[in-house]
Each structure stands twice: as C-alpha cells, then as structure tokens.
Design a binder for this molecule. Structure first.
Ligand SMILES: C[S@@+](CC[C@H](N)C(=O)[O-])C[C@H]1O[C@@H](n2cnc3c(N)ncnc32)[C@H](O)[C@@H]1O
Length: 298
C-alpha cells in the first residue's frame, strides 16, 4: 500500500486486492522452479526422492522452529526442538532444525570448551553452544545484528562475551583451539523462507561470497593452534560456497585434515556434509546447510 501511495494509485491497488480476495479459491499459482536453482540442487542431491521433496517444499509456507536451551522431554526432536507459531516459549530462541542438527553433530570436535564464534550474530549457534556447556567468545562486524543478539541473551538471561569486531581486520594476540565460522553466504539453503534467493543465483555474486569465505578460512587457520578444530558452515548448497571453498583450501594447505561426521540426517560429499531435508520430513522439513570439520594437523 505504501507503494500505491507513492505512485498515487491506491484505488487501483485496492481494487486489484479486492478482486484477489473475492477469487482467492480459484487462483492458480504457477509452480515455477527456476532452472538455475534446479541445476544446482540436482548437482548436490543425486537422490530423486530428496530432490522431489525439496521441490515440493518450495511452494508451501515452511514450519518454523524454536530451540530450547535446556533439555525438554516434550520436544519434537533432540530434546530441544519445538515448532514456532506465534509465541516463543520460555528458554527458547528461534532457529531452524537443520541448524540445530549441524551444531549437535559437530560440537563434539571442540575438545577445548572455549570456542570463538567469528561470525556470531544474531547468536543462534553461540547460544546453542553455550547451552551445550561451551564458553563462547562471540564476534561479529554488524552492530545491528549484535543488538538483536544481545536482546536474545538478555531475554534468555545468558551472559556472553559479545564484541563488535571485523574478523578479517582484527589482529589477534591469542590463538584458539576451537573456531566456529558460520560464514556470510547467498543463503540459498533458506529458499523455503526466502524464495527470492532462488532467482538471485548470480555466479559473480556467489564468487564474491566465495572469496570472503576463503579469506575467512585462511584467517581462521592463522589464529588456530596445531590440533585445533575449525568448523566451517554456510546456509547454502551452492558448490562455489561449499565443496569448492574447501577444495581450494585443501589444494593450498597440506596441513588440514577433514573429519567425518556421524549423523544420519546429513549427506556426505568429498569434503563436507549437506543437511538432508527429507530426513526431517516428519517434523516439517528443514533448511539446507553445508558443514565441514577441519583440523589443523601441524
Ligand atoms: C550467517 S550469519 C551468522 C549467523 C549466526 N552464526 C547465527 O547462528 O545466528 C553471518 C554473519 O557474519 C557477519 N560477518 C560478515 N563479515 C564479517 C566479518 N568480516 N567479521 C565478522 N563478522 C562478519 C555478518 O554480520 C553476519 O551476522
């Protein structure tokens, strides 16, 4: 309606909206899967049943989830995951079930209970790690996102060291044993909630993300101790941001070992894992994440 006011076409827009409401039942939506989106999904998921499930979830409002910071026997999954409709439960924060699965499956690699989360805001993964017994140092370069993070922390009554820092610019005096890098990406894996991402698969933009992702891994490798673990993850399934990023790192660094992850909710590729949304069908599906566990061996 604001656009209508802007163009002085409120009456026309009202008329169109009224007609839509009158005829709501008969409206047919064109179920269009954008060819580039399909091509990329097909590359990653070779199973027909997974692909068909993913395509079917494109046209329905997804289930949203919330995660409890303490175990709760009434949860639908992992003693922590609930659906999120209108109300957020006490002790819960909003996060996708796939996100929860990734952290649950990889947190055991962090033998040191002090983790630095270098792209932490608005805090979903830091809060989950905190609830699993880790002391998290959380940094992010966006003040706006940090403000949201702090709101979450204060509602949940959690104390955490959160700082506005640009990870790529910061000169670190300490080294770390455990780094979580939830890197900025195209967010292609959140297509159910953000359908617009399916049409924004512009290779030049995704290559830009790749450049940042590689820089961030390189920086992490500089500030990680020998035998330390780096968890790299993105909410994308684009090969440029996932498999290719790790390939390029492995080609350049001979002192990295990629570890296997135990989870029956993920699909293994040569150097990382993708969440299999079909494995969450009974709960309402999930976003798609990629995760890779890197150890700096010397
Ligand atoms: C995928 S989001 C992180 C989501 C967060 N881990 C969570 O679970 O809620 C990526 C974040 O990286 C941050 N970011 C991007 N470039 C950064 C940089 N150079 N240094 C630190 N943070 C950065 C963005 O501000 C954004 O909040």
């Amino acid at each position: 309606m604001n656009e209508g006011k802007h163009f002085k076409k409120e009456k026309l827009i009202n008329g169109v909206l009224r007609n839509i409401l009158r005829d709501k039942k008969n409206i047919q939506y064109k179920k269009n899967i954008y060819p580039n989106f399909k091509k990329i999904l097909d590359k990653i998921f070779s199973s027909n049943s997974i692909r068909n499930y993913i395509y079917s979830t494109l046209f329905f409002k997804p289930i949203n989830y919330q995660i409890c910071v303490v175990n709760n026997e009434n949860a639908l999954y992992g003693k922590r995951v609930f659906t999120f409709d209108r109300k957020i439960n006490k002790d819960c924060f909003v996060q996708d079930i796939g996100n929860f699965e990734v952290i649950l499956s990889v947190h055991k690699f962090f033998k040191d209970k002090n983790v630095i989360d270098v792209c932490a805001a608005p805090g979903g993964k830091s809060i989950l790690l905190n609830s699993l017994g880790f002391t998290v140092t959380a940094i992010d370069k966006s003040q706006k996102q940090i403000d949201k993070f702090k709101e979450n922390l204060s509602r949940l009554k959690i104390k955490m060291n959160v700082q506005k820092i640009d990870f790529l610019k910061k000169k670190f005096s300490n080294k770390y044993n455990s780094i979580l890098l939830d890197a900025p990406c195209s967010a292609l894996g959140t297509f159910r909630r953000n359908p617009d991402v399916t049409v924004k698969i512009e290779p030049s933009i995704i290559k830009k993300h790749q450049k940042t992702q590689i820089e961030m891994i390189e920086k992490s490798l500089k500030v990680i101790n020998e035998k330390g673990f780096l968890i790299y993850m993105v909410c994308s399934f684009h090969p440029f941001e996932t498999i290719e990023v790790i390939d390029k790192i492995m080609q350049k660094h001979r002192n990295i070992k990629i570890h296997d992850i135990k989870s029956n909710k993920m699909i293994k590729k040569q150097n990382g894992y993708f969440i299999n949304p079909l494995s969450f069908k009974e709960f309402g599906g999930s976003d798609i994440f990629f995760v890779s566990v890197l150890e700096k061996i010397k």
